[in-house]
Design a protein around this ligand. Sequence first.
Ligand code: GTP
Ligand code: MG
Length: 211
Amino acid sequence: MIKKKNYVLNQSLFISATNTNVGKTYAASIFLKKLTKDGFKVGYFKPIETGVIDAPVDGLAMLELTKKLNPDFNVDIDFVVPYQFKLPASPYVAKKDVNIDLEFLVQRKKELEKLCDILIIEGAGGLMVPILKDFFIVDLIKTFNSKAILISPSRLGSINDTLLSQEALKNRDVDFDWYINLFEDKDSFDEVTLPFYKDYFGEVFYLDDIL
Ligand code: GTP
Ligand code: MG
């Protein structure tokens, strides 16, 4: 039996991952649905999206879901994804000469929080993805004073990525919960990866068990 974690009112949850393409947006959709089920009015914020050609794909999908779940979240896509860059790269590289204003992002977060009980924030890439030369996604989580949700993949190699990510969070005193997106190497996960996690952590939490 997997224990469910509880989240509280007026909290922001910042979803990050061990890397890009691990399941942050998928996790955001799960959290939005779960928290709605628990009676919270939800909101979504993607401060920076890169690889945007016509429109921010992650942001649009999650904004549509959020509006369905919380009709009070009546904002448009450019408000929810304020920084959009064409190059599919880290924000630091993709932004080129654009200045990313952290104070502006903190203000935007506050404005979005007024429209919901819990704000789900999605990062870009993994925890150590650069936003400014000396400022990484993990630092943005700290600046936002959010609780981090770390998503790990289930493929071979994920133990290393998971432990390194947890080190980064602990080094900065960022409170976090950790979930595995059991998807890739699903059939071999129990034999190849789970034995270590069980011995090291005692228990593990799977994203799909949240709902
Ligand atoms: P970026 O925002 O581009 O960094 O990616 P992301 O971390 O948001 O990943 P996204 O949520 O787009 O999901 C992509 C990954 O999720 C895929 O590589 C798969 O590993 C996994 N995935 C895709 N479909 C499913 C699904 O139906 N269930 C689950 N659990 N995982 C899936
Ligand atoms: Mg995403």
